[in-house]
Structures are given as structure tokens and as C-alpha cells.
Design a binder for this molecule. Structure first.
Ligand code: GDP
Length: 381
């Protein structure tokens, strides 16, 4: 009897879940605008309800949020975001600074100690040439007998800031000219964090009261398009998308067209990053850029690199910089790696500044990069 009762509950349960899923799917479809006959692109209109404040802790990564109508979120404000992320940066990178300081504070700085300093820097992915340069500078400035008046920390701080280069222009070019939107093209290999970065950047711009349109031009990955659509819905930003496998350039074109028509401040365009075929990627990104430039100038090309990939990331950086004119680097997943030295390596390699750093999977875990703040985080504040 009990056995039969269990089965009955199970069957009723399955039927109920089925009905609810069907209702959810139907209401989800109803929200999307019909495809445009010309290009097959469609626009997911942002919800129009007024914002409801959500605590930052509640903003889980927007993967597979499903078709349930979202509540508009208010992205975290700049001041609290930066304070929080600075602490997180110190948490992931602090060991490097502490390690260096401990070595430099030894009573006697002999050859073994200098070698250990070099190893520490190399292990943090700073790169061979900058490591040699830094060690030479430190050797010249710190007396080898380590006199009691030597402020090792201050010297290390100064030299590290000089290495990260405080004079690079790290401002994001998100505004266009002649009343046109700024257009930001986001490139990088799959998995580096492009889509997430576009979503996070949209939130920062929305928090700064700018209007934004997103272009989901990574048309080869259905998940990327859905993911971006969810990011847009959460903060009330339109997402222009095309059918899976459609021409990325046509989606980029439509996104910029819509941005122009609606007079938004910035259009952010996500792109596909399949590295198997450099010529193919070059054609694709070249075409995306050309069709955008028929309507408005590309004001920023951000290369997204995963900080945990070390040398592999550097190879990717080189390939992409040959394909497009990269104007800024976004270093993601710095929270999952103690190898912040890659900031120095990649800037040296490309001659382009790191402009943003990703410090987690949370919706507001993206911070502008600042040389002094970065070094202070390394050295524990
Ligand atoms: P894409 O293929 O380049 O568009 O990469 P995605 O944006 O889909 O990101 C790939 C994975 O990296 C996702 O699971 C993201 O949540 C994760 N991710 C992106 N940025 C960060 C970051 O700064 N920190 C951490 N820990 N994970 C990140």
C-alpha cells in the first residue's frame, strides 16, 4: 500500500514539474521580440520594472537563470565594490608581497637570498626580463648589509609601481564622438571570461547611469548568447542576438545600429574566440570590426585573458594582438591565482595597459586596474 502511495506521489510530482516547465517556457518565449526579417537578429527587450535593490551577495553568476521573469537589479556602487575587491586582491596576491618582503628584510642579503627573490618573482609570472630589471634595481637601492634605516617596504613598493607603470592611460574609452555611442569590442579565447566581462562591464556602466546595448556576437556558443541575455535582463539592458551559428558580423552590425537609433552611450560587443584557426579568426574579427565601423568607430578593443593560464595566456595575447588592435587588457580570475605578476608580463609584451581585473564569478567582481592600488594589495595594504 505504502509502495503504491509513493508511486502515486512520484507520478503526480513529475506531471506537475512538466506543466510548470511548459508554462515557464511559453512565458519566456513571449518576452522575446520576433526576429528581424532582414538579418535574423532579435532583440531581447530589457524588463521595464523599476529597480529593486539586491544585496551583492545575492548576485550569483547568471548561468542558466531560465525563463523566469527577472527582477531588475541595482549593481553595486563603485565605492563599496572597490573596497571589497581590493581586499579580495590582497587575499589572492598578498603572499607574493609578503614573500618578497620577508626575503628582502633578512639581515644579510646574500646571493642565495637574491636567487630566492628572483624565483619568487618568476613564479608569480612577472617574466624573465622584468624580473631581472627589478632585481637589479632593488640590489642597487638596498644596501647589501641591510642597514637598520633601510625602508625595504617603501623601496619595494616604489620599484613595483614603476614596473607596473603608473603612467599608462587606463581609462576605458566608452564614449563615442559626434553623438554616436562608444563601441567596445571584447575579444579573447573561449573560457577566458569574455561574456562574463561584458556582463559585469554593463553593470558598471549602468551603475554610472550610462545607457548600454549589448551585442551577443559569440553566435557559435548558444550558452554564451543565453548567458549574455541573462546579464542584460538583470540590469535592464537590451541584448541584440542572432540565431545560433549566424554571422557574428551581422549581430554586431545590428547591435550598433540599434545603439545608434536609441542614442545609447555605449554598445558592448561580445565575440567568439575559437583559436583553432588563426586565419578564420582574423577574417571573422576583421569583418566584425569593419561592419561596426560603417556606422560608428570602435572606441575600445578589450582583450580578455585568464590570469591562471600563465604562458599560454601570453601566447594567446600575442595572437590576438596580431589580429586586432588591442587597446586594453582585462585580466580575469586573479582571485584564483597568486600570479598577479602576469600584469607586468602582458603589458610588457603588448605595450597595452591592463585596464580591468576580474576578481570572482560574482556579478560585481570587476574592478578598474590601478598600479598603486595593485601594489598596495600585493604588499598587504
Ligand atoms: P568566455 O567563453 O570567454 O565568454 O568565458 P565566460 O565569460 O563564459 O567565463 C568562463 C568561466 O570563467 C565562467 O565560469 C565564469 O564565471 C568564470 N569567470 C569569468 N571571470 C572570472 C573571474 O574574474 N574570476 C573567476 N573566479 N571566474 C571567472
Amino acid at each position: 500500500m505504502d509502495f503504491l502511495g509513493d508511486w502515486l506521489y512520484l507520478i503526480i510530482g513529475i506531471a506537475l514539474v512538466g506543466v510548470l516547465t511548459l508554462v515557464g517556457l511559453l512565458s519566456g518565449r513571449a518576452r522575446k521580440a520576433p526576429p528581424s526579417p532582414a538579418t535574423g537578429t532579435e532583440v531581447i527587450a530589457a524588463p521595464t520594472e523599476p529597480g529593486v535593490e539586491t544585496p551583492p551577495e545575492a548576485t550569483a553568476p547568471p548561468v542558466d537563470a531560465g525563463p523566469v521573469a527577472p527582477t531588475l537589479e541595482r549593481p553595486e556602487g563603485t565605492a563599496s565594490r572597490l573596497t571589497r575587491l581590493r581586499q579580495r586582491l590582497a587575499g589572492s596576491q598578498g603572499a607574493l608581497g609578503r614573500g618578497l618582503l620577508a626575503l628582502l628584510s633578512r639581515d644579510r642579503l646574500d646571493e642565495d637570498t637574491w636567487e630566492s627573490i628572483e624565483d619568487t618573482l618568476l613564479l608569480a609570472d612577472i617574466g624573465v626580463a622584468p624580473t631581472t630589471q627589478l632585481v637589479e634595481r632593488l640590489r642597487a637601492r638596498i644596501r647589501t648589509d641591510g642597514g637598520p634605516d633601510t625602508d625595504v617596504r617603501a623601496i619595494l613598493r616604489e620599484e613595483l609601481i614603476a614596473l607596473v607603470d603608473p603612467d599608462m592611460d587606463r581609462r576605458l574609452q566608452v564614449s563615442g564622438e559626434d553623438g554616436k555611442p562608444g563601441v567596445v569590442l571584447v575579444v579573447g579565447v573561449n573560457g577566458a571570461g569574455k561574456t562574463t566581462t561584458v556582463g559585469k562591464l554593463a553593470r558598471i556602466l549602468v551603475a554610472e547611469n550610462r545607457t548600454v546595448t549589448l551585442g551577443a556576437a559569440d553566435t557559435f556558443r548558444a550558452a554564451a548568447v543565453e548567458q549574455l541575455a541573462t546579464w542584460g535582463e538583470r540590469v535592464g539592458v537590451d541584448v541584440v542576438r542572432g540565431p545560433e551559428g549566424s554571422d557574428p558580423a551581422s549581430v554586431a552590425f545590428e547591435a550598433v545600429k540599434q545603439g545608434l537609433e536609441q542614442g545609447v552611450d555605449t554598445v558592448l560587443v561580445d565575440t567568439a574566440g575559437r583559436l583553432q584557426n588563426k586565419a578564420g579568426l582574423m577574417d571573422e574579427l576583421g569583418k566584425v570590426k569593419r561592419v561596426i565601423e560603417k556606422q560608428a568607430g570602435v572606441t575600445e578593443v578589450l582583450l580578455v585573458l585568464d590570469a591562471t593560464t600563465g604562458q599560454n595566456g601570453m601566447i594567446q595575447a600575442r595572437v590576438f594582438s596580431e589580429i586586432v588592435d588591442v587597446t586594453g587588457i582585462v585580466l580575469t580570475k586573479l582571485d584564483g591565482s597568486a600570479k598577479g605578476g602576469i600584469v607586468v608580463a602582458v603589458q610588457g609584451e603588448l605595450g597595452v595597459p591592463v585596464k580591468l581585473v576580474g576578481l570572482g564569478e560574482g556579478a560585481d567582481d570587476l574592478a578598474p586596474f590601478d598600479a598603486a592600488a595593485f601594489v598596495d594589495a600585493l604588499l598587504g595594504g
